[in-house]
Design a protein around this ligand. Structure first.
Ligand SMILES: [Zn+2]
Length: 218
């Protein structure tokens, strides 16, 4: 039987899906605090330990973050926190060597020296071309418009300010968007900004051979 196993380590969630017998030992080693096996009814309560009105669940495309109540504009619904790393900006390496392979689609660059690999629920927030949330200076995910209970919370992965002309997109991040927005870009394969009713490329693209391997395995 399969269960979701949640560990509380340093006030952060570690989310592991698999067979309990094979995962418990791993988690005990990593987490000295406690291990909690919870059912669906408890999931919402446990997820709100951090006091954000959101929870991780699954949709047709994998894990996602949804609102656990009706939420007004300007409310924090999650926070990016976890493993903070120093790195040296290199336009030839949009994905710094310091980022483990499993995290290349989850890490968040804070500035030219710092990045975070989130282990909070924000790790699972998906992209939309017309997102209902943005990230503020405190690394919190904040609603940009009212959101209904159960609605998926989204941010944009690739929409940036025009002034960031030195930004470099790595093709290992490419994916086909399923946001269904009227302004959906279709394929997400570069940084863009909105110019009138068009998406315009900003910055460069780093084609990475590994992208072919990663995309074909999904
Ligand atoms: Zn889209």
């Amino acid at each position: 039987m399969y269960h979701d196993i949640f560990c509380i380590c340093s006030n952060a969630w570690d989310y592991v899906r698999g067979i309990i017998a094979s995962d418990v030992e791993h988690d005990i080693m990593r987490c000295e605090e406690m291990i909690t096996l919870i059912d669906d009814d408890e999931l919402q309560m446990e997820n709100s330990v951090d006091n954000y009105p959101s929870m991780v669940t699954e949709n047709d495309y994998g894990k996602c973050l949804i609102a656990t109540s009706d939420i007004e504009e300007g409310i924090a619904v999650a926070k990016f926190d976890g493993t903070w790393l120093k790195y040296k900006k290199d336009d030839m390496k949009p994905i710094p060597d310091e980022v483990p392979a499993d995290d290349i689609n989850h890490f968040l660059i804070i500035d030219e020296k710092n990045l975070v690999i989130p282990n909070t629920s924000a790790r699972y927030i998906n992209h939309s071309c017309d997102p209902n949330c943005k990230i503020n200076d405190d690394m919190e995910v904040v609603t940009m418009r009212p959101v209904k209970q159960g609605e998926e919370l989204t941010i944009s992965y690739n929409v940036i300010d025009k002034k960031w002309i030195d930004a470099t997109w790595d093709s290992r991040w490419d994916f086909i968007c399923a946001c269904n927005s009227p302004i959906c870009q279709g394929v997400i394969n570069k940084y863009v900004c909105r110019d009138g009713d068009k998406w315009v490329q900003v910055g460069k693209i780093m084609q990475n051979k590994e992208a072919c391997v990663i995309l074909s395995s999904e």
